[in-house]
Write a protein that binds this ligand. Sequence first.
Ligand code: GLN
Length: 547
Amino acid sequence: MTTKLIFFTGGVVSSVGKGVTAASVGRLLKARGFDITIQKLDPYLNVDPGTLSPYQHGEVFVLDDGSETDLDLGHYERFCDLHLKKTSTVTTGQVYEEVINRERRGDYLGGTIQVIPHITNEIKRRIDLLTRSTDAEIALIEVGGTVGDIESQPFLEAIRELRNDLGRENTAFVHITWLPYLRATNETKTKPTQHSVRELRSVGIMPDMIIARSDFPVEKDLSHKIAQFCDVREEAVIPLVTADLLYEIPLVLEQAHVADILMERLELEPKQSPKIQGWRTMVAELKRQKPSIKIGLVGKYVELHDAYLSVREALNHAALFYGVDVDLHWISSTDIEKNNGKDLLVGLNGIIVPGGFGSRGVEGKVIAAQYARENQVPYLGICLGLQVMMIDFARNVLGLKEADSAEFDKLTPDPVIDLMLEQRGLDQLGGTMRLGLYPCHIKPGTKASALYQTEVIQERHRHRYEFNNDYRQKFEENGMVFSGLSPDGVLVEMAELKDHPFMMACQFHPEFLSRPNRAHPLFLGFIGAACRNAGLSDQLVDLDFTN
Ligand code: GLN
């Protein structure tokens, strides 16, 4: 069986929403009974985004197998409910690394190594690896960057060749562009789209569909014009007006028959009538006016919301199940430090401290954990959020005033958080953390156990430091419960406070496994506690989002 390939390219501007669009198309194909998979081709030279600052590329999304990836992989997993693997993420850095390693080994037998065909062949090999490694009938492949960029040229050349290699009935090209609006003349313009299609055609790719993003409604005559100038059938010009909610986009694309048009192009028959009723119910519920709860997200990169994309999504997923909205307050941990700013935390129904690296702003997070503990405010700590909860407890409950994490103070007399044994002596930063899925045993009778309702869980990790077991007994004697441990009992994976409505933390990242229609147990627990704190019902809504 040949896997059919749908390629997504972007034109006019970056950040045009290719990832969400590809993910939405994936959802619609899956709803028709197809097995699908997705891949992102990223034109930057980093081998993976693991070493990139969140300020540059938003959060690093982590897969089951520990791959550190672009945040678009998060959209793919959430929209299509998939567990992707390493084969779903390709960067120019990986492609070059592979080709250069082969050259150094002498595999090319004295040949001259060139972008075409060596780099392009390696790109094609990785697309082939993706389709071989799954049973997918359709693979959606997003080319990062914008058509016309120098960096993305080898990717475009490779996908152009694939149409010849695999045949027209096995490949479709979707081009996503932006229609700017000029206020002076009250016009939405198609010229940049025409130019970007010309650019695409100059590398030999004829788009089969154009999805034209716009902030304003697009009149029929504009679609007609785009079809005419860009040689695309008129019904395959899909205006996509900026939606209030990302999860609405599959419904907008469904209304425009996007999946049907692509299936016809790929000579595929649907396997079932589209199952999207649950998604519709979910979007309707998301859009309904609901009471809201105030959640404070205390972080270091709060100016850039994409740095905490999966956390924000996971909060919204859980809120949906309680029929409430999250009124999210982005609180910079350095601001808390400046004002000794417990003021910034007053009135919140819940505080979440997500993951992070480096010492800037850590003290503000410790203050946030202390505030939540002392004021009985629901708290969810993720990774660094667990570590600061332990630091507060050590300093302010156990009286170890100088307790810290060895990450922030190498000389602290009380390193309650310390480097994991296997992390000592590592001198490479990229890809060397404790990464990906690890099992965790949950202690019966704890809040964690009530939420997960199972004894063994698997969650995704990304950290170097861990709770220092020298302090375990002292913590336990004073009311800390270590509710989740690695199977050998050595690593603390989860902790919760006994005498507190909800003070819970985990060393892993639950946000990566949350789905819009299947909220994560820990987020459900946290939002439920926040509802109680706000005096709202913590009953789950009686709606089916999954069918
Ligand atoms: N910096 C901490 C560590 O490496 C926490 C990591 C995180 O929050 N992802 O252990």
